[in-house]
Structure formats: C-alpha cells, structure tokens
Ligand binder design. Structure first.
Ligand SMILES: C[S@@+](CC[C@H](N)C(=O)[O-])C[C@H]1O[C@@H](n2cnc3c(N)ncnc32)[C@H](O)[C@@H]1O
Ligand SMILES: [Zn+2]
Length: 330
C-alpha cells in the first residue's frame, strides 16, 4: 500500500478516519501493517502490500463462492494482451483515454488489475482498484510499480472509501453480485457530485440461448467444480470457440462477406476473434466459473440510472449482447 492511499480511506463500518501503523516497507510500499479506526476501534490488516477490508471467511456464502471462482481465475490467467486497451474503451464507451487525465478514479471489481493499469497509464491522478477475491494478489503485482495505482481487498457493498472520486467504473462485475443494482449504487455513492460513472453488464436481450441452456449447466455443475478440473474441461468449448472464430468468424468479417451478418452471435464472436487461445480460454472459463450471473434488460439498467438520479445518461448496446452505461452523478 502506498501511503497516499490513506487520503481516500475511511472505516467501512462508521466512516471514521483511519490511523496507519507500519510494520514493514519495501520500495515505497507498506507491505505489512494495520489501519485502525479512530472512532469505532475496528482494525484492518495490511498484508502482502494490500489493505484487507474483507475477510473471505466472514462474507456471505454466495459472495464467498463467487470470490473463490474469480480469485482462482485471475491468479491463473495472469497474461497481458495488447488488445485490452481497445476492449476496455469499448466497455466504457463514450469515455476516451484523455478523460482519465488528472482524475481520481475508482474501479469496482478490478480482477487482475488490467484496467487499473490502463487508467493509471492514461494519466489518472490516482486509481483505486477494489476486489473481494484473491485476484487482488495479481492486481497488486501488476500495478505496484505505478505510483498512482492502488489495490484494496474489499466488498463492493462495504467500500472503505470517502466520497472523493471523479469517476468510477465497473466492467463485468455487477451482474455477478447478489444484488447488482445495490452494488451499482454503492459504487456510485463514492463519486463526488458532478463526477461520472461507467458500468458494463451482460444484457438479457439476445442472450436467451445462454439463460436457457448454459445457465443451468453453470449453476448446477461448472461453478461447483474444482477450478483445476474446470480449467481442463473448459478447453473443449474454448476449442470450439477458437476454431469457429479463427476459421469462420474472423475471415468472413475481415473480408466483408455478407454471410458474416447471418452467423450466430456474430457481433460478439467477431469481436473476440482477434484474441489468441489463452485469452479465449479465459473468456470461456469466466463464463462457466461464476455461481451468480444475471442477464439484465435495458429497461432494468435504465431504472438503476434513474434511481441514482444521474444526468446525461448514455446507454449503448455492445457487441449485441451487453449494455454499457455512462452518466453524471448528482
Ligand atoms: C469477471 S471479473 C471482472 C474483472 C475485471 N473488471 C476485468 O474486467 O478484468 C469479476 C470480478 O468481480 C469481483 N467481485 C465479485 N463480487 C465482488 C464483490 N462483492 N465485491 C468486489 N468485487 C467482487 C470478482 O472477484 C472478479 O474479480
Ligand atoms: Zn469505525
């Protein structure tokens, strides 16, 4: 933990100020120590360089199961890919890299930290990535050399943060929460009045094949499996996706063939076609590992923004299977 992070932290129980005690420092990172609340005496350890505001042994069982799957995923699939920047910009449309310059940014559910890294590189004043799972270990390793990047282990519903953020974003996280709307509103509560928020979620529309046929398998079988077994098993559907995208979707779309538009799920599969085997395997594994996944309609998503009282809301349809939202917080 970099000492600068302290200026954004508050006690998640009572919003009190936190006192920092340092036990071991390594190259400007506080590796071991503690944060203690001045008001309610709650105490949170800093270990392995990460402030720990959530204890996985104590969170609700559904959240713990989600964190177990994703924690394993992001500590296994630690690869980087040059295409992440373009993909990220697609998810947070209409935001562009210049938007990050000088802003204090919060990421809800940072996973392995790939977007924390990008936001920091695009000139954010500071970017704070929070995640409930063991993915924070990978995110910390990926961002520790960046002076403006910070990683926290915390539950999105109990953020240990002051309302000091110019911009918050969350990519692929809210639909995995037990109450997606509640997670969205919790994240938004940390954005300063007049600041902005982006969220990308799975859509209900055009995903009936997933909700009817894939969800029962995911809920009853794959999300309950040992992740090492799922890693091997998921190579079968991943190989089908890989062959289809490399041999059919990629070439037909590149050649501008009119056939492409008639292919099943073309907008999404052509978007992931340029990725290599490991990234496509990650995507397939990601879809099978989560015990909780909601597919959310445009109408429901629009209600979240209304409830927030956000202005200038832009909701866009992404790859014909998901929703991107961007708006200004009151
Ligand atoms: C599909 S991953 C997306 C990660 C990252 N946003 C990305 O796109 O690479 C979902 C992430 O949400 C995190 N997550 C799930 N429930 C959470 C919660 N209650 N609080 C914070 N993070 C949570 C998971 O641990 C996981 O890293
Ligand atoms: Zn407190």
């Amino acid at each position: 933990m970099k000492e600068k992070l302290l200026s954004y932290l508050v006690c998640p129980s009572c919003n009190g100020a936190l006192d920092l005690s340092v036990e071991r420092v390594e190259q400007n990172e506080i590796m071991e120590g503690a944060l203690r609340c001045r008001d309610c005496a709650a105490s949170f350890p800093i270990s392995g360089g990460i402030p720990r505001f959530a204890d996985l042994a104590e969170v609700e069982s559904d959240k713990r199961a989600t964190a177990a799957g994703f924690g394993w995923q992001w500590q296994h699939f630690t690869q980087e890919d040059a295409r992440y920047a373009e993909q990220f910009l697609g998810w947070i449309t209409p935001v562009r890299p210049e938007f990050f310059r000088g802003k204090v940014v919060l990421e809800g559910g940072c996973g392995k930290g790939r977007h924390t890294q990008l936001a920091a590189g695009w000139g954010a004043e500071d970017v704070v990535g929070i995640d409930l799972s063991g993915a924070v270990e990978t995110a910390f390793a990926a961002t520790r050399s960046l002076p403006n990047a910070h990683i926290i282990q915390a539950d999105i519903y109990r953020l240990p943060l002051a309302r000091k953020f110019d911009y918050a974003f969350s990519v692929g996280v809210l639909h995995h929460l037990p109450d997606p709307r509640g997670g969205f509103l919790s994240l938004a509560s940390k954005v300063k009045p007049g600041g902005h928020i982006s969220a990308w979620i799975y859509g209900a529309e055009n995903n009936e094949w997933i909700t009817r046929f894939v969800n029962p398998v995911r809920e009853r079988i794959t999300s309950r499996m040992d992740q090492r077994v799922l890693l091997q098993l998921s190579k079968i559907p991943a190989a089908c996706v890989y062959l289809a995208t490399k041999l059919v979707y990629g070439p037909l779309n590149r050649n501008g063939s009119s056939l492409a538009q008639r292919l099943f799920y073309n907008d999404y599969l052509s978007a992931i076609a340029p990725f290599g085997w490991r990234e496509q395997h990650t995507i397939v594994f990601d879809h099978l590992v989560a015990p909780t996944a909601f597919y959310i309609s445009r109408g429901e998503f629009a209600d979240w923004w209304r409830e927030l009282g956000a202005s200038d809301v832009a909701i866009s349809w992404h790859n014909s299977n998901s929703w991107c939202g961007f708006g200004q917080v009151k």
